[in-house]
Design a protein around this ligand. Structure first.
Ligand SMILES: *Cc1c(COP(=O)(O)O)cnc(C)c1O
Length: 363
């Protein structure tokens, strides 16, 4: 048999994987360090009996989308369910956006280094990717970006803010300039706010029918629900309608719709947890600042740092030997010798800081 061959443009693409090592302190994938509240599990169990398992779920996930819109009204009072599209993780949201607005013969623009799945998913759906390098300060150079948008005419421009893996928040002026450029050249601006709840501000305030911009969010980080695979975007109603033309029917199952609604009953508890994580981020940042590493300012639940005098992969291995796992970004373009640590529980953070301090020494 000659085996069937995958598309030529996919044949050379490596998959996307994050190394999982069995350790006591896992600070490598930016998940929440704690499970959702116990009462969430109880309430979900109780509600589960009401699911009509023999029936297809609500295809438009109306209750879930209304609940999400209501939560996000703190940023933008105009939002309703028809501004929200939900899917199996914000990665599926991105895939749906790129299926609708990218695809063969079209281009997507990214600003590297950034979330690897932006370019990966774009390529999977046949979109040509134009990768621009960030400036030395790790932020987007607005003038370069606008000139390149004018030159390449991408259909989709992908921005991650706070950016993974740098943690840095893009200035509002940059996003506003990019929206303007997208308006001029009929492109769509996607702002990935997977870590938006940890940042001081959100671009949800700017979502409107007139702006070609959509903001992507997820239950995976803030809501302690990475296992549930639930994400959403908030954008103009005309965009949401197009996304529902592209996604598979009933793509969000009844159990997940229910879980997503029940989770939002615990919004006060989650906001308290986020405030605690932000405090812990500042504690870790302060300790890193006293060590022999370079640190970038973070608006997310992780921090990027670079050992000044040691090889990052050696540092990574020595942490693993102490049963602490961080993300090794040393081989990623633009992130030479960098490591990324997720903010964990106070105990985990202290253990990480004590270990790293011994390895790299003081500033
Ligand atoms: C973690 C992360 C996501 C989340 O993806 P899900 O599919 O919702 O788990 C999206 N974007 C970025 C930048 C992330 O880091």
């Amino acid at each position: 048999m000659t085996r069937p061959q995958v598309r030529a443009d996919l044949a050379l693409m490596p998959g996307y994987h994050s190394a999982q090592v069995d350790v006591e302190v896992r600070l490598n994938t930016n998940e929440a360090p704690e499970p959702p509240p116990e009462e969430f599990q109880q309430q979900l169990n109780a509600c589960m009996r009401d699911i009509a398992w023999n029936r297809y779920p609500d295809r438009m996930a109306t209750v879930l989308r209304s609940a999400i819109a209501q939560i996000e009204q703190v940023h933008n009072a105009e939002l309703t369910a028809s501004n929200v599209f939900a899917a199996n993780g914000s990665n599926e949201v991105l895939q749906t956006i790129l299926l609708a607005y990218g695809g063969f013969g079209r281009k997507a623009m990214t600003f590297e280094p950034t979330y690897a799945l932006h370019s990966h998913i774009a390529k999977l759906v046949g979109t040509e990717v134009i990768s621009l390098a960030r400036g030395a300060d790790m932020l987007i150079d607005t003038d370069v970006a606008i000139a390149e948008i004018a030159h390449h005419r991408p259909s989709v421009v992908l921005v991650c803010s706070p950016n993974n893996p740098t943690g840095m928040v893009e200035p509002a002026d940059t996003i506003l300039s990019l929206v303007e450029a997208c308006e001029t050249y009929s492109a769509l601006l996607v702002v990935d706010e997977a870590y938006g709840q940890f940042a001081p501000s959100s671009f949800l305030t700017r979502v409107s029918e007139e702006a070609p911009m959509v903001v992507n969010r997820t239950y995976s980080k803030t809501w302690s629900l990475a296992a549930a695979r639930l994400g959403y975007c908030v954008g103009p109603t005309w965009l949401v309608e197009e996304l529902y033309n592209v996604c598979l029917p009933y793509h969000v199952d009844a159990f997940k719709q229910l879980g997503g609604v029940v989770a939002l009953d615990f919004v006060d508890e989650m906001r308290d947890r986020i405030a605690g994580m932000v405090d812990q981020r500042d504690v870790v940042a302060e300790r890193l600042a006293a060590m022999d590493v370079q640190v970038w300012p973070s608006g997310a639940n992780f921090i990027l740092f670079r050992p000044n005098a040691l090889d990052a992969t050696d540092v990574w291995q020595r942490l693993v030997d102490l049963s602490i796992l961080v993300r090794n970004c040393a081989s990623w373009p633009g992130l030479e010798n960098c490591l990324r640590v997720t903010i964990g529980t106070p105990v985990e953070n202290q253990r990480f800081c004590d270990a790293l301090e011994k390895i790299v020494g003081p500033q």
